[in-house]
Design a protein around this ligand. Structure first.
Ligand SMILES: [Mn+2]
Length: 335
């Protein structure tokens, strides 16, 4: 970690600390934020956690989630917190533009900034930085941070419980992005008393009936398989959003379903929003969807999981993507 000693000294006296994460927070964003908050609180710091937008409701079981502020709903109060903060932790993102409506207020803050993240291509706003793309999740990096702080024995159980949520959601339930170190971590937090089965159950078996039906519809009515290039695309338009009353979190996991088909290398979910079209990519092996997103869809993320957006309309975006895949990426997709 860069500038760890400096940060360690700062944390020796009680501070006003703000923990922030990206817009449309997922299990890793919320998990890493709560894991760190539970630990810093025990050191005597004043800790506030702010998410730019609302969190998916399957995370409601997490200890401490009721204390998280939502910037879009409590803007004035959140602005005051940012103004009075000594330290800002940026978790699970590496560019303030990922916080969307919080971008300006965070970028303008004079507070000491700490980035803990595992996404590719970080920007350089941080005073201290723990960044590793080989980490499964930011939650795994929180464990590394505790280890650097010599705090694994001092951290409360809630730190490890919330940490495990992000590990599960960012690895598809320990299916991908894993490593021997990650399995040692899981064994360790299990020994420390984390109820692994309970958390897995809360995270995996939490669909609303509506979301379950949306999954079925996406597969049966909205999936186009381009078998000659090992690609599957699901397209949802504004009418689908209206009909299923799609809310934050309802689309989580839909793109991953496509990878369940044998031989599929690239999976894409394209959704039409009010002002733009969003694309969510997953891939297998060394096929980089991060490259496609950063080059053509003003986004990025990880080698095998990335997101982006398009200002074209929905059919225009779908056509452009297909053309790209057939012209630029066919060889890589069938190799
Ligand atoms: Mn993550």
């Amino acid at each position: 970690m860069t500038n760890f000693e400096q940060l360690e000294i700062l944390l020796q006296e009680p501070k006003n600390i703000l923990i922030s994460s990206h817009a449309n927070p997922d299990g890793d964003a919320v998990g890493s934020s709560l894991a760190l908050a539970h630990y810093l609180f025990t050191l005597g710091h004043r800790v506030n956690v702010i998410m730019p937008t609302e969190m998916p409701d399957f995370l409601d079981f997490m200890p401490g989630i009721e204390k998280i502020w939502i910037y879009e709903k409590q803007t004035d109060l959140c602005n005051q917190i940012v103004e009075n903060t000594d330290l800002i932790f940026a978790l699970d993102y590496n560019n303030f533009n990922r916080t969307e409506i919080m971008e300006t207020v965070l970028a303008n803050s004079k507070a000491y900034k700490v980035m803990i993240d595992h996404h590719m291509a970080p920007s350089d706003f941080a005073n201290a930085m723990l960044w590793r793309t080989s980490a499964s999740s930011t939650c795994e990096l929180i464990y590394d941070f505790l280890s650097l702080m010599n705090a694994l024995d001092a951290a409360p159980i809630e730190t490890f419980e919330t940490m495990y949520v992000g590990i599960l959601t960012d690895t598809g339930g320990l299916q991908y992005a894993t490593s021997p170190a990650l399995f040692r971590l899981v064994a360790d937090i299990s020994e420390r008393g984390v109820n692994i089965n309970y958390i897995s159950d809360q995270v995996s078996n939490s669909y609303s009936y509506k979301r379950f039906r949306l999954m079925g519809y996406s597969i049966s009515d909205r999936l186009e398989l381009l078998e000659d290039i090992n690609t599957g695309i699901i397209v949802l338009d504004v009418e689908d959003h209206r009909h299923f009353n799609i809310q934050r979190g309802d689309l989580e996991g839909i793109v991953n379903l496509i990878l369940r088909i044998r031989d599929i290398r690239c999976a894409v979910l394209i959704t039409e929003r009010k002002d733009r079209v969003k694309l969510s990519f997953r891939s297998k092996g060394n096929f980089s969807v991060q490259e496609i997103c950063s080059k053509y869809f003003s986004g990025g993320g990880h080698l095998n999981a990335s997101g982006g957006q398009s200002r074209d309309n929905l059919p225009g975006t779908v056509d452009r993507l297909k053309e790209l895949l057939y012209t630029e990426y066919k060889a890589a997709l069938i190799s």
